[in-house]
Design a protein. Structure first.
Ligand code: HEM
Ligand SMILES: *[C@@H]1O[C@H](CO)[C@@H](O)[C@H](O)[C@H]1NC(C)=O
Ligand SMILES: *[C@@H]1O[C@H](CO)[C@@H](O)[C@H](O)[C@H]1NC(C)=O
Ligand SMILES: *[C@@H]1O[C@H](CO)[C@@H](O)[C@H](O)[C@H]1NC(C)=O
Length: 398
């Protein structure tokens, strides 16, 4: 169904840069068969072991069996003595790592399967699932369910699904022969220059703005759509989730979660694995989706940038999206518009955009959109036809 949607919409939303970016996606369309095919050089582990379960000895927040925990933080992670969740350096031959430092860290500590082939249960207890996902490269041979027509599961490296241009510490897909997921020393150093010892909202807003203009100037296939707003959410994780409870987003914390060491002459170097800093405690109150949404717009609005893409080098064209974006400019009449825009980006029928966050099996997709749908209804947003729950509506992005 997703493939069909992609094929149909390809024509309907003929943004030139989308069909270019979809150069990636049209190759997917052409795959036709479901013969699972891993990307070249994708690490392979023949003996997949699921994440070490949370036990009565080390209950953390009691999140287990795919159910959310009690929402209380403040405890030490990993718990003293919990060797199942100690840091272990990933093995590049067997362990997949990807663009997300948070998930890489979780895998290096065995909160996700150490080989990087994770289940939706491990990622989010609320989501149905025996389905698997690679946190990096395409590992369809190990993630796809037999007979699943959506078997081309790109993994989180898949460009313009969640991964997108202008990341803080990762290259743009088209600027680096497809290496859009490894830690880049130059970019990390730039970010730390902006942070000056504290990667807070203001510092990261400036850094994201700089990354935007860098990409826009250098990348002839640059694309920054409404879904790219999620990158502001990811950036907020630096100061909301990485610091120890009550702490700040200081250099030591950033280095640890991004897998960086510093040499005696002050250069950052990759140390091989993202890691939870010593004596780290989980934040006390949950960082809810609602708070993330608020942080996304707080950061974006400090240094707003135009939505759209390049059609070749230095040839930017602003995009139009529903009532929210006109000629590249964000047009929010009410705070509710912001939430509705996020809803649209997560459920809207885009081709190579974030409409399908990652190529998800239908059941998982429906579970996610059904949740988001409830939020959208609370905010009185126009509802998308493909919102799950069989709810249909008339609003489509233009
Ligand atoms: C189900 C949960 C999650 C998924 C599917 C996910 C996925 C991703 C993906 C695909 C990216 C790359 C976006 C891009 O820059 O192009 C990313 C970035 C990021 N994620 Fe996650 N993530 C998750 C949870 C987390 C958590 C819990 C944390 C923090 C503890 C985190 C921290 C970050 C940060 C800081 C970035 C930005 C990295 C950069 O721009 O260089 N993520 N995430
Ligand atoms: C890191 O990023 C810089 C700046 O964008 C780029 O010039 C360089 O090629 C990147 N390095 C790697 C190894 O991708
Ligand atoms: C990084 O620092 C740690 C702790 O100081 C050290 O054990 C490790 O060998 C270093 N790794 C690299 C690649 O410099
Ligand atoms: C967006 O709308 C403006 C004005 O209506 C138009 O000039 C522009 O070409 C549109 N952009 C795209 C990518 O269609």
């Amino acid at each position: 169904m997703l493939l069909l949607t992609l094929a149909v919409l390809q024509g309907a939303y003929a943004y030139p840069w989308v069909s270019r970016a979809a150069g990636v996606d049209s190759s997917i369309l052409q795959r036709g068969s479901i013969a699972a095919r891993d990307s070249a050089d994708c690490p392979f582990n023949a003996n997949h072991e699921p994440a070490a379960p949370v036990t009565a000895d080390f209950p953390y927040n009691n999140a287990k069996d795919g159910k959310p925990g009690n929402g209380k933080g403040g405890y030490l992670v990993p718990a003293p003595g919990d060797t199942a969740h100690e840091f272990r350096m990933p093995d590049p031959k067997t362990d997949i790592r990807g663009p997300c430092p948070g998930l890489n860290t979780a895998a290096n500590h065995g909160f996700l399967a150490r080989d990087g082939i994770v289940t939706y249960n491990e990622l989010d207890g609320d989501i149905v699932g025996t389905s698997k996902l690679s946190i990096g490269c395409d590992a369809s041979s190990r993630t796809a369910l037999t007979g699943n027509l959506l078997a081309e599961e790109l993994g989180l490296n898949g460009h313009n699904h969640f991964e997108a241009d202008t990341s803080l510490t990762r290259n743009d897909y088209f600027l680096a022969d497809g290496d859009n997921y490894r830690w880049n020393a130059t970019l990390f150093t730039h970010m730390m220059d902006y942070c000056q010892g504290n990667c807070d909202l203001q510092a990261l807003a400036k850094c994201r703005e700089a990354r935007y203009y860098e990409s826009r100037a250098e990348n002839g296939n640059f694309f920054f759509g409404p879904g790219s707003l999620l990158l502001y959410g990811a950036a907020s994780f630096l100061y909301e989730l990485f610091p120890t409870a009550g702490g700040t987003a200081d250099e030591v914390t950033m280095m640890s979660f991004f897998g960086a060491n510093k040499t005696s002459d002050g250069q950052y170097v990759w140390n091989g694995g993202e890691r939870i800093p010593p004596n780290w405690r989980a934040r006390v109150d949950p960082y809810t989706n609602f708070k993330v949404g608020r942080e996304i717009f707080a950061m974006y609005l400090l240094h707003p940038v135009a939505f759209g893409g390049n059609i070749g080098q230095n040839n930017f064209l602003g995009m139009n999206f529903s009532t929210y974006i006109q000629n590249g400019q964000l047009n929010l009449n009410t705070p509710y518009d912001a939430m509705c825009l996020l809803y649209q980006t997560l459920t809207g029928p885009f081709p190579a955009e974030l409409g399908n966050v990652i190529n998800l099996p239908v059941a998982v997709e429906n579970a996610i959109t059904a949740k988001i749908l409830r939020m959208a209804q609370n905010f009185g947003c126009p509802i998308n036809p493909n919102s799950g729950d069989g709810v249909s509506g008339t609003q489509t992005p233009q």
